[in-house]
Design a protein around this ligand. Structure first.
Ligand code: 9D3
Length: 254
């Protein structure tokens, strides 16, 4: 079973995610064990202080080494040596599906949530195996990134998501964006579903969807297209669209 220990000064934020959803269900099914650990429980002073001013000066506060060392050591004593100790930090490598897949095959993950200006670098030097960011925007701490990483990892654990084909077909597995989806009714407030989808012509439907995936990827995430692992339908759609490379992007209502 995959165990995930999340070290944070806001354990209730992590526990909130375990109330329901896919990770909560994986936990009740016995497929993963998630524990939120309060960093303050690993202090030894009356005021449970976890931060201090940065050496060298500058704004804000830094997480002290001692509580983080004690937390990782306590988790190691309880669970065994972690497979990975992941620090969530704006300085990390951007989270990818490939990284999530690698973590999902591990036994024991420890996630360290940074706060304030960051954590003492000696913690990183001593324990951290991976530094991960979830993108180039500024958050207030590593808790939400840790939960994002956990969600991406847990859904890849066998048995967590019922339909394995929906995991295998993940758009990022092949490196393309998804085609549009519709459900009933066929006409809703004068807006009709594209005819091809109600036609019953499976070949045409597959060609239309392939074209939509390629077109959306070219319009929204062109950097993904070269690296994508295309099916024969998608390659054909790309050939057709390349003759149309200067076509203007569709106007959309804001
Ligand atoms: C890079 C900005 N830092 C220099 C002024 C300050 C700083 C901003 C935000 C220090 C820590 C944080 C808190 N963010 C995280 O801990 C974090 C994060 C993020 O802000 N964005 C995307 N991914 C991540 S992972 C952890």
């Amino acid at each position: 079973m995959l165990t995930i220990d999340v070290v944070t000064i806001f354990p209730a934020m992590v526990e909130a995610v375990l109330v329901d959803g896919v990770v909560a269900r994986a936990r009740t099914k016995g497929l993963v064990d998630v524990q939120a650990r309060d960093l303050r429980d690993y202090t030894d002073d009356k005021h449970r202080v976890v931060d201090d001013v940065p050496f060298g000066g500058g704004p804000g506060m830094v997480l002290k080494p001692e509580p983080l060392f004690r937390a990782v050591e306590a988790i190691t004593a309880e669970r065994g040596t972690p497979s990975a100790v992941v620090l969530l930090t704006p300085q990390g490598k951007p989270l990818t599906h490939a990284m999530a897949a690698r973590f999902s095959g591990m036994e024991r993950l420890v996630l360290l949530c940074g706060r304030y200006e960051g954590i003492d670098e000696r913690v990183t030097d001593a324990f951290v195996t991976d530094e991960v960011s979830i993108g180039d925007y500024v958050l207030t701490g590593g808790e939400l990134p840790a939960l994002v990483l956990m969600d991406a990892v847990v859904r890849l654990v066998p048995g967590v998501v019922g339909d394995e084909s929906s995991v295998a077909g993940d758009s990022f597995v092949r490196g393309l964006l998804d085609h549009p989806q519709y459900t009933r009714p066929a006409v809703f407030r004068d807006r009709a579903v594209p005819d091809v989808l109600v036609s019953g012509h499976h070949g045409e439907i597959e060609r239309w969807r392939a074209r939509q995936r390629v077109e959306r990827t070219r319009d929204r995430r062109p950097e993904l297209l070269d690296a994508a692992d295309l099916t024969s339908e998608e390659r054909a759609a790309r050939e057709l669209l390349e003759g149309d490379a200067s076509a203007s992007p569709k106007r959309r209502r804001s």
